[in-house]
Design a protein around this ligand. Sequence first.
Ligand SMILES: Cc1cc2nc3c(=O)[nH]c(=O)nc-3n(C[C@H](O)[C@H](O)[C@H](O)COP(=O)(O)OP(=O)(O)OC[C@H]3O[C@@H](n4cnc5c(N)ncnc54)[C@H](O)[C@@H]3O)c2cc1C
Length: 379
Amino acid sequence: MDFRPSEDQELLRRSIREFAETEIRPHVREWDEAQHFPSEVVPALAGLGLLGIQIPEEYGGAGLSAVDYCICIEELARVDPGLALSVAAHNGLCAAHVMMFGTEEQKRTFLVPLARGEKIGAWGLTESTSGSDAAGMRTSAVRAGACWVLNGSKTFTTHGRVGHIMVTMAVTDRAAGAKGISAFIVEHGTPGMTPGKKEDKLGMRASDTSEVLFENCRIPADRLLGEEGQGFVNTMQVLDAGRIGIAALSVGLAQGAYEAALRYAQEREAFGKPISSFQAIQWKLADNATRIEGARLLTYRAAYLKDRGGRTTLESSMAKLYASEIAVKAADDCVQIHGGYGFVKDYPAEKFFRDVKLTTIGEGTSEIQRLVIARHLLQ
Ligand SMILES: Cc1cc2nc3c(=O)[nH]c(=O)nc-3n(C[C@H](O)[C@H](O)[C@H](O)COP(=O)(O)OP(=O)(O)OC[C@H]3O[C@@H](n4cnc5c(N)ncnc54)[C@H](O)[C@@H]3O)c2cc1C
């Protein structure tokens, strides 16, 4: 076992950190307040390979490992969790689904522009009446000659409005339950597909989230992604990897909140001393630093196992569950250490506190992660 990052990984972390500090940090508050998806930084993200991190170079990606992917998402989330969520959804859901289950032609047509950052990806599983119970979806796809006809709607779709290529799940055989769900690639602008309501969110506000509506939306038959009836099974495999990304996002967010708290504790004085000299504050800092390291190790372990091939359902869920819950605690303590200044927008604490809640909800709630973990334990 070697827990040390390689020189290349240290260099990768430094370069993404520098990019996040110089190109993202100055705009974080403005994007958050305006709920603005920063399409203006997409070329820079693409230039760094951040829109095709794990996609092989032959498909226009950076060809990096799952551990490298965690480093990238972590460093973005340390500065702006909202942008990190967008990068994670583009890479870990949409592009990953096409990479894992697409035909060679689908990869050439859709994956290459996604990986190069020429197109932004969206991924639609959740519906208004089915989130955790995703197999209960209602959106349908019916075969009509050389086409599939989609009807229904998706809720909480990251990049539902700003995305160009969407992977969406739909029921193709209702009687077959979860085995009657298939995945499809739909290009935005296809007649019958319209973005719906843009969500006005508590946090992660730089990440675009909206409904997507399908009304007699006809797509060519060759847009079926993976085998017919395997869409839900494939989705679970995509989420195994996607959850490692949300774990990394949680670690990065927790790190950002912890660093802000540490800095403030050394600057702020009370009773004639820096508040960092009080044991109550020191223990919060020590506990958070320790929990963050633990979460990082769980996350890198899941990523390392993914890099070696095979399923990581249990490891991904454990990493996502633990990292997201310790991130909530880190953001909470960050506000507490800032006192009243944690409650106002002049400091980053309140934004971390709002952003962090998504990590225990998106890509499977904490309750669903516990359910997945318990299912493995009781097998
Ligand atoms: C900002 C944001 C971005 C998102 N991006 C995407 C995206 O790009 N694509 C996409 O498909 N989805 C996306 N989602 C949706 C997200 O994955 C769902 O919100 C999440 O899976 C929970 O589903 P739900 O909201 O319907 O909650 P519900 O499933 O209705 O859950 C409500 C509560 O009940 C609990 N619960 C449900 N079932 C059980 C059970 N069996 N045992 C114990 N407790 C249970 C849940 O844990 C939760 O606490 C996004 C959501 C947000 C907020």
